[in-house]
Design a protein around this ligand. Structure first.
Ligand code: SAH
Length: 418
């Protein structure tokens, strides 16, 4: 094993750790001890792994091995309780990781954890009322969230961690702030898992005792960093203790990878960013549609081997006057007919350099109702942490949005704007 290339314990699986301790002349149960320390106790230094003999810790340190823990550089807390973390990486790059104390209603790919969604899942007129209510309950949610901060999940718990898979993103979706960064590099499996460990530690929570959902919906396109993403998912299930059914990965639509993903033994649930109802519109909003168009994308979705009670989630970012007309909703319903799926609607989260408008709530509800009337379960995702730039599509490394942050705090309300 080349220590210069792979020297952090975080990211190593049982096999790799066994090889590592074997090379150091130690029995293989040491691998289990390291796993326990790194993934469960979430130690940050070799010195903290008290189950290992001091001599072994020294030998590991001498050969350049570190824990490789993620470093929280900055922390922004939203009025709604959402926390955006700026996580520093060993080479000086950084990514963002978001903690949502009550999720955003979008993490439940199959509706099984649809606590927040239940609020907006009543068809017809009452749906509009429920959606309004879900906005009106912000105050209560906020105080509950704030009161529990740093003290574990307490009596209510359905929190979601949103993690990044790349520094920046190469996909270039026109409405997404992360796209403005371009892609800098892939994260290693250890850097992906490290975000989760750092947030769990900071929030003083621990799965499986605490109910933690995980979404691969932060910076980057997970399916363009496929191997590391898959390895991280396995480590999260096997070592950190987060159940597969509590994890969802979102892809912009890397079709060959969707097909590979279906073959994985251990895998999160699948979400696909649809965002448009026809090829012309989708190509305009998401240039990758030129390579993998709707026909190819939906064929992969139809062929996707779903497990019992599993659904595919389609995400649809609503852009005022662009893709939010009733005709788009009807087209979407046609596209998805017969698929075991649900749709998560997200009103655009605004940002500097993003030339689209957030549609009004009435438009969002009208879109939702058309889908529902066509028999497609559709939910409205609550924006979380918009004031601190933590909502979907707003992750762009704090340092680079800091200048515009102050005025945004005043002007962005949690309610979708017209
Ligand atoms: N690259 C992956 C995961 C990251 S984006 C993907 O594309 O799915 C996560 C979700 O945020 C996607 O559904 C994306 O369409 C949505 N999103 C991006 N920018 C947004 C914005 N400005 N407002 C609301 N949602 C946005």
């Amino acid at each position: 094993m080349d220590r210069t290339l792979n020297s952090s314990l975080l990211g190593m699986d049982h096999k790799e750790l066994s090889a590592l301790v074997g090379e150091a002349g130690e029995p293989s149960y040491r691998a289990k001890q390291i796993m326990e320390a790194v993934y469960r106790q979430r130690v940050e230094t070799l010195g903290e792994i008290s189950t290992l003999p001091e001599g072994l810790r020294e030998r590991l340190a001498q050969s350049g091995v570190t824990v490789g823990a993620a470093r929280i550089e900055k922390k922004f807390v939203s009025v709604d309780g959402t926390v955006r973390y700026l996580v520093g990486l060993a080479d000086g790059q950084s990514v963002e990781t978001v903690w949502m104390p009550e999720g955003d209603g979008g993490e439940a790919g199959d509706g099984s954890e649809a606590g927040a969604e239940a609020e907006t899942s009543i068809p017809g007129a009452s749906a509009a009322k429920a959606a309004v209510n879900s906005v009106a309950t912000y105050g209560a949610a906020q105080s509950r969230a704030l009161s529990k901060q740093g003290s574990g999940l307490g009596s209510f718990g359905r929190s979601t961690i949103c993690i990044s898979s790349q520094v920046g993103c190469a996909v270039d979706c026109q409405f997404c702030l992360t796209a403005l960064l371009g892609v800098k590099r892939n994260l290693t499996a250890g850097e992906i898992v490290g975000q989760v460990c750092a947030v769990l530690k900071d929030q003083k929570v621990s799965p499986p005792e605490d109910r933690i959902n995980l979404v691969f919906m932060g910076m980057g396109e997970p399916f363009l960093n496929y191997e590391n993403f898959i390895k991280a998912s396995r480590l999260l299930v096997e070592c950190v203790g987060i159940a597969e059914r509590r994890m969802t990965v979102s892809t912009a639509g890397i079709v060959p990878r969707i097909r590979d993903f279906g073959e994985e033994k251990i895998r999160p649930k699948l979400a696909i960013s649809l965002n448009a109802s026809n090829d012309a519109l989708r190509t305009r909003l998401m240039p990758l549609n030129k390579k993998w168009n709707l026909e190819m994308l939906l064929a992969a979705a139809r062929d996707f081997p779903l497990r019992t009670r599993e659904w595919i989630t389609f995400e649809y970012v609503l852009l005022g006057g662009v893709n939010d007309e009733p005709q788009h909703a009807k087209e979407t319903a046609e596209l998805l007919r017969g698929l075991r799926c649900k749709v998560n609607l997200i009103a655009l989260n605004p940002g500097p350099g993003i030339d689209f408008a957030t549609p009004g709530e009435d438009r969002v509800i009208a879109f939702q109702n058309i889908l529902r009337e066509a028999g497609i379960p559709a939910f409205v995702r609550r924006p979380r942490g918009r004031d601190i730039y933590a909502a979907c599509g707003q992750l762009k490394r704090t340092t680079e949005v800091a200048i515009s942050l102050e005025p945004q705090i005043q002007s962005i309300s949690p309610q979708p704007r017209r």
